[in-house]
Design a binder for this molecule. Structure first.
Ligand SMILES: [Zn+2]
Length: 398
């Protein structure tokens, strides 16, 4: 006997559920609230995108600063090389200049007849001429001394320049170091923002599809969504198939192809393709997925069994019989089983996550698309269908 319709009249309060990724969304009880939630998520998404752009431009400007520092370092290094070369040349000039000067002084002081300078002085034709010639010699010597002094100044200047430029290089290198650090930091900020944007994008899609779903089943803007769903309660779960063999259990298993430990989201029941698949209890069809690359055709049904909410999922279907929003019971055929040559990619089909004819049945607590929206939330609400449905012993895994 069928149970009476259980109406879940929830309070109109909006509950805020913080997700692990920091997104806070309201658990909406009406279409109007869902729409409000959608627009706030879209706003959040817009802000996120602005933050992403800002972070990207900060990274770019840090990169530009690094480049300009590197250019400056290169220019400075060239300046250092030029100064070093110039100083070396000047040192040489000084030592040869000194030599010349010494020679000059020596000859000027000591030599007499053989000396060209003295000869030049003593060749004077008059006293005035002598004084004049002497002054010329003195000028030459002064000039040499002055020149050496200038060169020495220039060398000292170059040495200081080298010191300054080396200090500047150290400073510029330090700046590059801290710029690189901030680029790392900004990079991880950006990847966090990217993750968050993806999550919000998924939430937006999910809420949008929820809105479409509630609209499609005729809910009004301010109707309580649970009331609108009017899921008939049931007392027990029934089998989704009249026969079958459990080929893979719920939970972690070693994947037959990849050999990696992987979470299996339901119970696989081996059965010939085209076998009728029944809803496991009274409920409302809440989600249809068509020709998914992993899972193929899927039907999701929301149930209330013994006062508790559940969502059942039937995957790898060859054909879907159910309509969105359709009220079903355990005599309703929601689809025909597939998973083999009609749907599996290995036989030329579209479903890459099946290798042979079977039904994959998942069971989650709560209502997917109502109490939670994301795929990851659905995963965290999964329970073992085999235990919950008390499938016959003869269905045990081989
Ligand atoms: Zn499976």
């Amino acid at each position: 006997m069928k149970n009476k319709i259980i109406l879940f009249i929830l309070s109109s309060a909006v509950f805020f559920i913080p997700l692990s990724n920091g997104i806070v969304y309201a658990k909406a009880n009406t279409l109007a609230e869902l729409r409000g939630e959608l627009s706030s998520l879209k706003k959040q998404q817009q802000q996120n995108k602005e933050k992403q752009n800002l972070t990207k431009s900060q990274i770019n400007s840090a990169k530009n600063n690094i480049e300009s520092n590197q250019n400056q370092i290169q220019t400075n290094q060239q300046k250092v090389i030029a100064a070093t070369n110039e100083s070396a040349q000047l040192e040489q000039e000084i030592s040869s200049g000194k030599e010349k000067l010494e020679k000059l002084v020596k000859t000027y002081q000591i030599s007499k007849n053989e000396n060209v300078y003295l000869k030049y002085v003593f060749d004077a034709t008059s006293y005035e001429d002598l004084v004049y010639r002497y002054a010329i010699i003195e000028q030459v010597m002064n000039y040499q001394e002055e020149q050496i002094g200038e060169w020495k100044d220039k060398i000292a200047y170059n040495a200081q320049l080298k010191k300054d430029l080396e200090a500047k290089e150290k400073e510029l290198q330090q700046q590059i170091g801290s710029l690189n650090q901030s680029i790392d930091k900004l990079g991880s900020q950006l990847s966090e923002l990217n993750d968050m944007t993806q999550d919000i994008e998924a939430e937006i899609k999910s809420i949008q599809s929820s809105i479409d779903f509630y609209v499609s089943i005729g809910c009004k803007e301010n109707d309580n969504l649970d009331v609108c769903l009017s899921v008939s309660g049931d007392k027990i779960f029934r089998k989704p198939l009249t026969k079958g063999t459990i080929t893979s259990s719920f939970g972690y298993r070693i994947h037959p192809i990849t050999k990696k430990k992987k979470f299996h989201s339901g119970t696989d029941i081996g059965v010939a393709e085209g076998t009728k698949v029944y809803s496991i209890a009274n409920g409302t069809v809440s989600k249809l997925v068509k020709k998914s690359k992993c899972g193929g055709n899927m039907v999701y049904v929301q149930h209330i069994v013994n006062g508790k909410k559940y969502t059942s999922t039937y995957m790898h279907l060859w054909k879907i019989n159910a309509k969105l929003g359709q009220k079903v019971d355990s005599n309703t055929v929601v689809g025909l089983s597939g998973g083999g040559k009609h749907t599996a990619s290995k036989y030329g089909g579209y479903d890459t996550c099946t290798t042979g004819a079977h039904l994959h049945l998942s069971l989650a607590t709560g209502w997917y698309e109502k109490d939670y929206f994301s795929y990851s939330s659905w995963l965290s609400h999964l329970i073992n269908p085999k235990d919950t449905l008390k499938l016959p012993k003869s269905w045990s895994s081989r």
